[in-house]
Write a protein that binds this ligand. Structure first.
Ligand SMILES: Nc1ncnc2c1ncn2[C@@H]1O[C@H](COP(=O)(O)OP(=O)(O)OP(=O)(O)O)[C@@H](O)[C@H]1O
Ligand SMILES: O=C(O)c1ccc[n+]([C@@H]2O[C@H](COP(=O)([O-])O)[C@@H](O)[C@H]2O)c1
Length: 231
């Protein structure tokens, strides 16, 4: 995993991804904007059904390596590519995300995709966040599985003009470069946590524990709201 002293430039940090063993872009700039005086906002979009420690570690690692001022978690409203199963109510996913991130002063949660209504498209997310946050560089954090699908997202060609994309490693998913624009994407290795929301839901349904896979408050919230029991 690329590491470096805290005062590395983002370029230094991101360049550490270039010799990782998992594949992906082997050269090229791809390190994101470095505009003096501009705030650096990480955006971690996800369905978070439920949020788990894989999400939190990915956000924390990218924040450190890219010197982000803040990471904003943005739960999806309607994840239009997850139609194969019923997704939990947005308010439950939002509240679990708030509970999971509440103790970290660098983390925040936005309702922007939930309140917009309709299917969630990342172009809308990034356009709205840009309008709300002038003088800010946006860094969209996404997993290796999502990065591999990104060309299927709506208005995919516009995405890379709105934010710099950071693809993080995820156990079971090889980082690959499906022909993404040169300089638009950085690939970063994060400490491997083989956790997925799918597995957490299946464990709850079977009566198995999810302690230590998700934050303690999220375990209690799932229990209180009786989420995932009938799946
Ligand atoms: N363990 C993990 N390590 C790194 N990235 C992850 C991990 N789990 C999820 N991500 C990334 O976090 C983002 C949001 O993920 P999402 O909310 O869909 O969780 P998930 O665990 O992939 O859910 P599901 O199993 O329901 O598909 C995605 O970009 C995903 O790739
Ligand atoms: O913009 C799109 O068309 C699009 C299609 C699929 C996923 N996304 C975004 O990718 C992020 C992870 O999504 P998911 O469904 O894997 O939790 C989340 O922010 C989604 O809004 C975006």
């Amino acid at each position: 995993m690329p590491t470096g002293p805290a005062n590395d430039t983002p370029e230094d940090a991101a360049s550490g991804t270039q010799d990782r063993p998992t594949g992906g872009r082997a050269d090229g700039p791809g390190n994101g904007p470095s505009s003096p005086g501009k705030r650096r906002l990480g955006v971690m979009g996800g369905t978070f059904d439920p949020i788990h420690h894989g999400h939190l570690v990915a956000a924390s690692e990218v924040a450190a390596q890219f010197h982000l001022d803040e990471v904003m978690f943005v739960p999806t409203g309607q994840p239009w590519q997850k139609t194969h199963r019923a997704v939990s109510p947005a308010e439950d996913r939002y509240l679990m995300t708030v509970i999971a991130t509440a103790e970290n002063p660098q983390f925040s949660v936005s309702r922007i995709d939930i309140d917009r209504g309709g299917p969630t498209y990342t172009t809308d997310t990034l356009r709205d966040l840009k309008a709300l946050n002038p003088d800010t560089d946006l860094f969209f954090i996404t997993g290796a599985d999502a990065l591999g699908q990104i060309l299927t997202w709506r208005d995919a060609e516009e995405l890379f003009s709105l934010a710099h994309f950071i693809g993080v490693t995820r156990p079971g998913h090889v980082l690959s470069d499906p022909g993404l624009p040169e300089g638009g994407v950085s690939l970063v290795e994060v400490p491997a946590l083989a956790i997925s929301s799918t597995d957490c839901r299946a464990r709850v349904a079977k009566g198995d524990p999810v302690w230590y896979l998700v934050p303690d408050g999220v375990v209690r919230y799932i229990d209180k709201r009786e989420l995932y029991r009938g799946e």
